[in-house]
Design a protein around this ligand. Structure first.
Ligand code: AMP
Ligand code: GLY
Length: 430
């Protein structure tokens, strides 16, 4: 009897996960808010629901008799769904709500790093009054990243000198967050190349995935507002051309230390941990720790994975991590097709796609869309993730560009991601 796996979420990341689950011989049951044509066609049964409606999803999971559940999106990790499933005897390969606090509360994450003296920490202040903001922003010369402490979908962080031009702008934005949340984080502003390191973990052991880099800014040349991510790259040696293996080792040490610290305080983390780091002359610094696959970076690594993904999920949930999947030694480039105006005022339309043009080196994943595979209805969010696979990053980028010729309609895409120009510039600056 094949395993029955519940997957929650209807984005590009979940389409990639869904394919690996089905390829490993399991039956897929999906719960998502949009009628994602790819996930629906892979599923034995689908529940279209508000993804935060944990009672409806629990009821669906029990009625279908699923054996194991996996949660894609971060807002769902901040509901009691994982805990409820576990208490009803369903295996879960995602963290409990308490363990997900490593992502859902930046204050918890920063305090954990300090308490356990884990390297990679940066200076931060939890501002709780307008007087704090006055003192730290207006009466000071320090530059900060201004962050809400909770989830923001990648869009709530604003950095002085980048998104906030003047001290007054920074003060106003921090005050807005403070008035809404009662607290705002002011983090020391740092600079350097960013990289994403994801690992599978059973709460004790880790299995690293290839390093990736995400492009968060809306426009080419890394300009414009932060978004959920416009695209991402990985390299064939599973490092990045501008990140050395020593830096990666230190990042993995930081992730292991976080996992050990959480276990030692009775808050064991099972699932995927995703560290977002910045490379500095003093070593990697932690920007965020997340409790799930990155979107888009998770799609890059899943596109070059082979082996039994379901077995990996079981080993995470059961606390006996086994290496049941591998990653091909190829570079990948992903570019997200988004509605025009994404990041500011999106104008979603429709996309026509020429037949099924996927092959071994070119994949297309369906994100926050509905409609059919050939006639896609966009929402205000990301629509299609086009992934190229090749020996070199820029060749993978060319494969994506060829793939884009098969997609028709009004859309925006960052063509600069993964080009030879971009990569060489990064190498020369690192
Ligand atoms: P986050 O949502 O925390 O991942 O932040 C979004 C983006 O803001 C990051 O990818 C960085 O480019 C930038 N950022 C966040 N924190 C800092 C920081 N402390 N210093 C400089 N840039 C930052
Ligand atoms: N790659 C950005 C995120 O998943 O949060």
């Amino acid at each position: 009897m094949p395993s029955k796996i519940l997957l929650v979420g209807g984005g590009g990341r979940e389409d990639a996960i869904a394919r690996r689950i089905v390829e490993s011989g399991s039956q897929l049951f999906s719960a998502l808010k949009n009628r994602n044509p790819s996930i629906i066609s892979l599923s034995t049964d689908t529940l279209i629901t508000d993804e935060l409606d944990h009672s409806a999803i629990l009821e669906f999971a029990l009625r279908k008799g699923v054996d194991l559940a996996f949660i894609g999106p971060d807002p769902v990790l901040d509901t009691p769904l994982a805990d409820m499933l576990i208490s009803r005897g369903v295996r879960v390969a995602s963290p409990t709500r308490l363990a997900a606090r490593i992502e859902t509360s930046k204050a918890y994450m920063r305090e954990l790093l300090s308490r356990y003296e884990i390297p990679g920490s940066i200076e931060y202040h939890e501002a709780k009054s307008v007087q704090d903001l006055q003192k730290m922003i207006l009466d000071s010369t320090a530059d900060y990243a201004v962050k809400p402490t909770g989830l923001t979908g990648g869009k709530g962080v604003k950095v002085m000198g980048i998104h906030l031009e003047t001290r007054q702008d920074a003060f106003q934005y921090a005050k807005e967050v403070l008035e809404r949340d009662g607290i705002v984080l002011l983090e020391e502003k740092i600079s350097g190349e960013e990289f994403s390191q994801m690992v599978f973990t059973d709460g004790t052991h880790i299995m690293p995935m290839p390093l990736a880099q995400d492009f968060k800014r809306a426009y080419e040349g890394d300009l414009g507002p932060n978004t959920g991510g416009m695209g991402s790259i990985t390299d064939s040696d599973h490092l990045l051309p501008f990140i050395d293996s020593g830096t990666r080792e230190r990042a993995l040490q930081i992730i292991s230390s976080v996992i050990n610290a959480m276990r030692s305080e009775g808050n064991e983390f099972r699932g995927i941990m995703y560290g977002q780091f910045m490379k500095t002359p003093q070593g990697p610094r932690v920007i965020e720790i997340n409790a799930r696959f990155a979107d888009p970076e998770g799609i890059n690594v899943l596109s070059i994975s082979s082996g039994n993904f379901t077995e990996m999920l079981y080993s995470i949930a059961d606390g006996n991590l086994r290496k049941s999947i591998d990653f091909k030694k190829s570079a990948t480039v992903l570019k997200y097709v988004v509605p025009v105006g994404y990041g500011t005022i999106p104008r979603p339309g429709r996309l026509e796609i020429d037949g099924n043009f996927e092959n071994e080196n070119l994949k297309i994943y369906y994100a926050a869309v509905s409609g059919t595979r050939e006639n896609v209805v966009m929402s205000s969010s990301r629509a299609l993730a086009v992934v190229g696979i090749a020996d070199r990053i820029w060749d993978a980028s060319d494969i994506v560009e060829n793939g884009l010729k098969k997609i028709h309609g009004e859309y925006y895409v960052r063509h600069d991601i993964g080009t030879r120009d971009m990569i060489q510039k990064k190498i020369s600056q690192s």
